[in-house]
Design a protein around this ligand. Structure first.
Ligand code: ZN
Length: 345
């Protein structure tokens, strides 16, 4: 329970909530064009598969051919999605067998992800290039470890009702393409990848799960409500623990959104995507001379509500958290962006 406390629900409400509100809760209205024709190449090859009497080599060759046809199909599906020409469950009417569905389940995440990355790799912006470099370094080229795609079949239940997210344990992300407007796909992908590549987030998750400290604090908090009375050593441990909590919630969003804002603006200049009104309306608030990181920090800060359950219901902890957040708010410099510093500067 406690580990959930600093989850990023509040920042999600602040920013992705804006997105959901603007879109309404109904699924994105994509053009209802049937994409069954995308499967024709596969169907033709399936019908022509060699029979039992043919040589093993010939059978293997036609299986290879079929697999390549599946890949082409998956690419067509991705392009169709990006063009906004696909309904959320447009495959349901395409008479796919269970093996077909399995092939798609295996291939769509790979192809959606690979094609997305190759679009991003064409970028000339230094922020996007740096981001891609971090991605390659961290995954040693095996990007798929980070990625899950949902939304292609009704029976494939997304982990949550959100558009996208990161699984805290594994760091792997999921994206529901049935819910994400195609023009926002790459931007949301960058945002979710930023979470899963965030070194400070992984570290903070470890530091925050300090059950011993929580017990110690709970005992102290029943005796006093004034954080000033905490012994110096316990207070500094408490502050580090509270910072770890913020680092996996509020500050994780601060880092990921600073990167997302930067990448969004750079990609927009290159026409990697078209303007996204809800992002533009947030960025319009930023003064011309305000550094992006400071803007993001203060924008999120005003929307991020402190947790109030468990140990956070105790006045001593509430007050100390308020102190820690005030210190962040009033610091000369915004907190470091960790391994993403080079994306912004
Ligand atoms: Zn986020």
């Amino acid at each position: 329970m406690l580990k959930q406390v600093f989850r990023r629900q509040s920042a999600t409400v602040a920013l992705l909530g804006v997105l959901l509100n603007l879109l309404g809760t109904a699924p994105v209205a994509l053009a209802q064009i049937s994409s069954c024709s995308d499967f024709q190449e596969v169907k033709d090859l399936q019908d022509a598969l060699p029979g039992v009497g043919t040589s093993r080599a010939a059978r293997a060759a036609s299986q290879d051919q079929l697999w390549n046809a599946w890949k082409n199909t998956a690419r067509k599906i991705f392009s169709r999605y990006l063009r906004g020409e696909m309904s959320a469950d447009s495959f349901e009417s395409c008479a796919l067998t269970s093996e077909d569905r399995e092939a798609l389940r295996d291939l769509l995440p790979q192809i959606f992800f690979e094609e997305s990355l190759s679009l991003l790799e064409k970028s000339q912006s230094s922020s996007i290039q740096s981001f891609m470099r971090i991605l390659h370094e961290r995954t040693h080229g095996n990007h798929l470890v980070l990625f899950r795609l949902v939304g292609h079949f009704r029976d494939q239940v997304p982990p949550t009702s959100s558009l996208a997210g990161v699984q805290r344990g594994s760091g792997s992300i999921f994206m529901n393409f049935a819910k994400i407007p195609p023009n926002e796909w790459l931007v949301i992908l960058i945002h979710e990848l930023a979470h899963s590549l965030d070194d400070r987030l992984q570290e903070a998750v470890m530091k925050f799960s300090d059950e011993g400290l929580v017990k110690e604090l709970a005992v102290f908090a029943t005796k006093s409500q004034d954080p000033g009375l905490l012994p110096a050593e316990l207070r500094s441990r408490t502050d580090r623990w509270l910072m770890a909590g913020l680092d996996r919630g509020f500050l994780a969003e601060y880092r990921a959104w600073t990167i997302t804002f930067q990448v969004y603006q750079d990609g927009l200049r290159e026409r990697l995507w078209n303007p996204i009104p809800w992002l533009d309306s947030i960025l319009a608030i930023k003064g011309p001379n305000v550094p992006l990181a400071s803007f993001t920090l203060h924008y999120l800060d005003s929307n991020f509500i402190d947790p109030t359950d468990g140990i956070f219901s105790l006045p001593l902890i509430k007050r100390e958290l308020k102190n820690v957040r005030n210190a962040l708010r009033n610091a000369q410099e915004p907190p470091p962006l960790g391994n993403f510093t080079q994306v912004i500067f």
